[in-house]
Design a protein around this ligand. Sequence first.
Ligand SMILES: Cc1cc2nc3c(=O)[nH]c(=O)nc-3n(C[C@H](O)[C@H](O)[C@H](O)COP(=O)(O)OP(=O)(O)OC[C@H]3O[C@@H](n4cnc5c(N)ncnc54)[C@H](O)[C@@H]3O)c2cc1C
Length: 381
Amino acid sequence: MHPETRIAIIGGGIGGLVLAGLLRRQGFRATVYEQAAQLVRIGAGIVLSANAVKVLRRLGVEPALLATGIRPAAFTSRDWMTGERSYECRMDAAAEARFGAAFLNIHRADLLDVLLGALEPGVLQLGHRLEALEPRGDAARVVFSHGASVAAEIVVGADGIHSRLRQILLGAEAPRFTGRLATRAIFPTERLGGAAMEDCTKWWGPDRHALSYFMTARRDEVYVMASVPGSWRGDDLSRPLPRDAFLADFDQAAPALRHIAAGATNCAVWPICDRPRNDLWHGGHAVLLGDACHPVPPYMAAGGASAIEDAAVLARCIAEHDDRAAAFASYAATRIPRVAEVQRISVANTWMRGPTEALDWFFGYDACLAPLAPATTGAAA
Ligand SMILES: Cc1cc2nc3c(=O)[nH]c(=O)nc-3n(C[C@H](O)[C@H](O)[C@H](O)COP(=O)(O)OP(=O)(O)OC[C@H]3O[C@@H](n4cnc5c(N)ncnc54)[C@H](O)[C@@H]3O)c2cc1C
């Protein structure tokens, strides 16, 4: 596409900021429109696997990420009740050489901060909530809820699981509640009272699991997230959770896990949702990426990494094709088979419980170099 192509990216989350950075490095006029009026350090931890870090490297942010987040010594799987180890994947220099980059655990807000640092001032426009999209010949008019509008030839929906652009493109369909809740706590490491904690452990229970890891290079901040059965009523996306309610889910846990959970402060709960697979990712001026088109339960820790891979492939397709429809079709055809497999593995929730064959397939992938598929898939009507 011509570098003067106006590209409006809806959503300043993980995928949107990465896409903006990659496009602007290639000389495109990409602007990110984010509904939030200001950026605050809320949220959760995120695992950035080597396949994600390889893309972020192209933005020049790898040193900042390594200085902020932690390179865990290993990913360890343990039994929820006995604490017995079922698997350990060392994240050492040999693993980094094998997969092509480091693994990182980081606070989501710190990640967004680093990504934002790679963009020139003004690229991120806060306080812009997408309301409508009006096709107008060669461009579309992007209308925001406060009444302002902009024209763009390409409009990217990087607006997350409740995507408004997806709704405009495919019709209203609420995300599917999976019958499980995510609970989480974030607290200073000193609350562990000097007890040792592994860098990154997944605890596997009969009807639940938890992930505990440090989020900072200094190992001074702990993140614990559990997935437990539960119900959810109401439209709110998350709620504060009383500490006692958070701890109650760990009643039957191994002593080491109970001790980590006992450090909890700052607890929250939200419903775990996904969507059935849908291969219509684009139509007219609009194209979707990340959770807007393929949200998964967070059991493979791959949703953010998939959004980052999407961004890398979409940026390449926009640069390589003269025609918008061809760019979108090549992007979708390249991404759909891989994302479908991530979706399948995430739902199965067995990833790295024991020796896992597909590690090279997932971690070794480089979305900036992988072959692009020909432009063949259909678009939304
Ligand atoms: C508990 C939990 C743990 C997870 N752990 C991991 C992990 O360890 N590793 C991993 O890779 N992934 C993980 N994920 C998944 C990951 O967080 C998501 O897949 C990822 O954030 C998706 O990125 P995105 O850019 O598509 O959307 P988001 O990061 O959700 O960003 C969407 C953005 O769009 C904005 N927005 C929404 N609507 C509008 C609108 N109408 N107009 C303008 N802006 C709008 C939002 O405010 C937001 O900033 C986890 C998810 C959960 C729930």
